[in-house]
Design a protein around this ligand. Structure first.
Ligand SMILES: [Cu+2]
Length: 147
């Protein structure tokens, strides 16, 4: 027992030292307030919103999103047509500026979950696999809510 403890401690402390002295990874992003709009089961389609914060000095780009509970996830923007109607169009990617904040919100850029495989019940979390060009893939848990 005593020997194991002695062998373990130096490893732990060198790990902590490493963890504390490592600067933020280039292109590292944090996602907050992720949510998915609750829709009737027959709808088959909904949208996801969130805030993506880029604390680094490197610009990054959201290049793809996948989700286990929908057939496809598309990145969309909203535009106002010359007739004053709101229309969505698909984006190939969405940039996240260095030191910037990208807000995906109703009426603006958002994620479209198309071909829902299960009902979107309030309070349930939807896992979204978000892939950024530089900082890689991260799993975001988006809570289903009404608005
Ligand atoms: Cu859309």
């Amino acid at each position: 027992m005593g020997m194991m403890k002695q062998a373990f401690l130096p490893i732990l402390s060198s790990f902590l030292l490493f963890a504390c002295s490592t600067p933020p990874e280039p292109g590292s992003l944090s996602v907050s307030d992720a949510w998915v709009r609750a829709v009737p089961p027959a709808s088959g389609i909904t949208a996801a919103y969130m805030t993506i914060l880029n604390d680094s000095e490197v610009a990054d780009t959201l290049v793809s999103v996948t989700c286990d509970v929908s057939r496809v996830v598309e990145m969309h923007a909203v535009e106002v047509t010359s007739e004053g109607a709101m229309r969505m169009h698909r984006l190939k990617s969405i940039p996240v500026d260095a030191g910037g904040r990208l807000t995906l919100a109703p009426g603006g850029e958002h994620l479209m979950l198309i071909g829902l495989q299960q009902p979107m019940q309030v309070g349930v979390y939807v896992p979204l696999k978000m892939t950024f060009r530089k900082s890689g893939t991260q799993l975001v848990m988006a809570r289903i809510r009404k608005e």
